[in-house]
Design a binder for this molecule. Sequence first.
Ligand SMILES: Nc1ncnc2c1ncn2[C@@H]1O[C@H](COP(=O)(O)OP(=O)(O)O)[C@@H](O)[C@H]1O
Ligand SMILES: N[C@@H](CCOP(=O)(O)O)C(=O)O
Length: 322
Amino acid sequence: MAVYTEVPDEDLAAFLKAYDIGEAVSFKGIAEGVENTNYLLVTTKARFILTLYEKRVNRDDLPFFLGLLEHLAARGVTCPQPVAARDGALLSELCGRPAALVTFLDGVSVRRPTPRQCAELGRALADLHEAAKGFELKRPNALSVEGWRRLAESARGRSDAVAPGLDALIAAELAALGPTFEGLALPSGVIHADLFPNNVFFLGDRLSGLIDFYFACDDAFAYDVAICLNAWCFETTGEFNVTKGRALLDAYHAARPLSEAETAALPALARGAALRFMLTRLVDWLDTPPGALVKKLDPLEYLKKLRFHQQAAGLGDYGWRP
Ligand SMILES: Nc1ncnc2c1ncn2[C@@H]1O[C@H](COP(=O)(O)OP(=O)(O)O)[C@@H](O)[C@H]1O
Ligand SMILES: N[C@@H](CCOP(=O)(O)O)C(=O)O
């Protein structure tokens, strides 16, 4: 459930007066999603997504996110396009929240991606990295090592209740991975940073669009690849699927060749990416009050992935060679 803010009819009507998008035909809250409130708005002209940005999105970051969508769409990436109000503004306010309208994308997200779909994703990720080049705004990754340390601190003393020994494991991972990440100098630019299957639409096996750019930031391209390996190539039983991994990496590498340094760093990047998502899920798990209208994501799913990466001796364990 992600409708944190109910929008009364009269507020919607006043909001829509600023736009030239036709008359509202229907307006429904969207249950999926975690961070923001989303509504599907159908008007006499088209379908739109109305997003009200909730507390975890920093208002100062919104020009980066909305500008990035415009930049990418202008370069052929199928992603939502911000809709300007009559006065040209992309960002407005509704029910006391920053709010924006974006175009609706066709397609459905998949729960269990096939190798073919992993390959589509790999190519789309490389295209996204290339298309974002030249985007002039910057946004440091708030969920890199410093962010992990803050999350670990907030969970310290409480995480053993989720899995015995988790506090010590997190401390050891931060000690092992922190300096490695801080010492990496890999090709960087704008990354999506949350391109999970729920944020990618398909029509059959063909990728039809990418959404949810609200973690996008400047970081290493290969880190984005590692995030996707974790999100797309593990089975629900916890095993890494080398066929899916190979499909994703081959397709990415064909469109944007990974350098030797990026390839060598992939296992450590995947381990760091597993730690990052385990930590955000863990803190949400611990801090979300019982009965809150939001789906809590399992931190232990990412603990399993982290353990796989801890034991991997090298790229061979991922079944891939450039
Ligand atoms: N541009 C779009 N076109 C079609 N559906 C969208 C679009 N943006 C969001 N959605 C729908 O809304 C849901 C939640 O959006 P998302 O951006 O993932 O929210 P959150 O940032 O809160 O996690 C998606 O799973 C999808 O069903
Ligand atoms: N992908 C993250 C959670 C973020 O949710 P989203 O709906 O904004 O993609 C995770 O799986 O931990």
